[in-house]
Design a protein around this ligand. Structure first.
Ligand SMILES: [Zn+2]
Ligand SMILES: [Zn+2]
Length: 102
């Protein structure tokens, strides 16, 4: 997938940003949603899985609603200047909350 208007010049910064775009639901199962949206900072396409239920617990999983406001972090996959090599992030470091449609 191409993101021609991705801004690679955005320096890596762990920064809370305001999300004002739309969340696209790519797939949805009983315990996981895959969503896609555009990073507000670098405009890279970010996909994320929202998983419910704590790993390793069988039968006692929580059944939170698979919608509502969720935290996201940029995972555009592009290199950004200043990203520490040990960083787990694969994006520009921006994070935000976005509302997942139900
Ligand atoms: Zn980016
Ligand atoms: Zn980004």
């Amino acid at each position: 997938m191409t993101t021609p208007d991705h801004d690679e010049k955005t320096p890596f910064r762990e920064l809370s940003v305001t999300f004002a775009g739309s969340v696209e639901v790519l797939s949805r199962t009983s315990d996981q949603i895959r969503v896609r949206m555009r990073c507000p900072a670098c405009r890279g396409s970010t996909e994320d899985d929202i998983v419910y239920g704590v790993a390793g617990t069988k039968g006692g999983t929580t059944t939170l609603p698979l919608s509502g406001e969720q935290p996201f972090i940029c995972a555009c996959g592009y290199p950004h200047d200043g990203r520490p090599p040990e960083a787990l992030d694969t994006g520009c470091g921006a994070y935000w909350s976005a509302t997942v449609p139900s």
